[in-house]
Write a protein that binds this ligand. Structure first.
Ligand SMILES: Cc1cc2nc3c(=O)[nH]c(=O)nc-3n(C[C@H](O)[C@H](O)[C@H](O)COP(=O)(O)O)c2cc1C
Length: 220
């Protein structure tokens, strides 16, 4: 581990497009990184994130024609991590809260009251809301995974450019149940990544409210 400060990890994370293909990530290390990524917060702690680690030559070959302009990352990375959101995550309420009770984090009475209230409110929520919530939570874990990877000495590239339905079929993942969020290519970069610019703060933030036209930040 590099023992980077959080700020060092944030400053040094860049999207890397080419990796040292001789570097493999041991499964134990991959699992440590995923476990740390899942320390991310999630709506009512339902943890909808799921991960498929595409690391074998066979699995990579199965998605080779489906990752558009991202084949170099696929071919050279140690793994392509498919981050997914489980659309059925709201059915995990009892499991999640029951575990908290068992671990002594929550009194049984609180669980009983909360579970009933949450089930009631979620029963009226539209499916699109549940799916959006799942995507939001899974995105937080994905971001955290990229920072954790940096501390483990790896580089990453978040990848949204891929054929979603075909990738799900190629990797035998039920597309009715899971939504693909992004791939994260992971490995050791072979050369310094490009820097990328950011908007100026004044362009992207306002205090307390938008301007007279409802605009946030100074429009350019
Ligand atoms: C959701 C998402 C999808 C992305 N998809 C791709 C992609 O398909 N291919 C790629 O090379 N980079 C992809 N990127 C990387 C962005 O281009 C990159 O994050 C951005 O240019 C800023 O550069 P940085 O990550 O080095 O700071 C994606 C990033 C995000 C967050």
């Amino acid at each position: 581990m590099n023992n980077l400060s959080l700020i060092e990890a944030i400053e040094s994370r860049k999207s890397v497009k080419e990796f040292d293909s001789s570097v493999k990530i041991p499964r134990a290390e991959m699992e440590e990184m995923i476990a740390l990524a899942t320390k991310a917060p999630s709506s009512i702690n339902l943890q909808p994130w799921r991960f498929v680690i595409v690391e074998s030559e066979e699995a990579k070959a199965a998605i080779k024609d489906l990752v558009r302009f991202n084949t170099r990352q696929l071919e050279t990375s140690a793994a392509f991590i498919l981050v997914l959101s489980d659309n059925t995550h709201i059915h995990d309420i009892e499991k999640v809260y029951g575990k908290s009770v068992k671990l002594g984090y929550m009194p049984q009475e609180v669980m009983t009251t909360n579970v009933a209230a949450l089930k009631e409110s979620l029963s009226n929520a539209p499916e699109s809301y549940i799916q959006m919530q799942g995507m939001m939570d899974a995105n937080l874990a994905a971001m955290q995974l990229m920072l954790v990877a940096k501390d483990y000495g790896y580089d990453t590239n978040p990848i949204g450019g891929f054929e979603r339905d075909e990738v799900m079929a190629a990797l035998s993942i039920n597309k009715e149940r899971y939504m693909p969020v992004m791939f994260i290519a992971i490995g050791k970069g072979v050369k310094a990544p490009h820097d990328s610019s950011r908007h100026e703060l004044e362009e992207i933030m306002s205090y307390n409210h938008g301007d007279a036209d409802g605009i946030v930040g100074k429009s350019s």
